[in-house]
Unconditional design. Structure first.
Length: 84
């Protein structure tokens, strides 16, 4: 990924695949970090600051722990690793 990135740590108890699926549905290129499976790198072609609110809203809309029959889940406030 050569675009600016937002990095998001998936909370304990939630499968990163659910977050990745939500981001893919919004056409974001995102992947887990090879060394830390709960860290997601999200490419922001329009710039991290310009896309931050949309990415945050996408992640906040995910309310399950897993893709199939996931239990309800509230991730709390979405914060990116740059603390914003």
């Amino acid at each position: 990924m050569d675009e600016p990135l937002l990095d998001y740590v998936v909370p304990a108890g939630q499968d990163p695949a659910v977050v990745l699926a939500a981001l893919a549905a919004e056409r974001y290129d995102a992947s887990t970090d090879p060394g830390q499976a709960n860290l997601i790198h999200i490419a922001c072609p329009g710039g991290a600051d310009r896309e931050r609110a949309r990415v945050r809203a996408t992640i906040e809309a995910v309310h399950t722990t897993a893709i199939d029959a996931g239990a309800p889940f509230d991730p709390g406030p979405v914060r990116f690793q740059d603390k914003s």
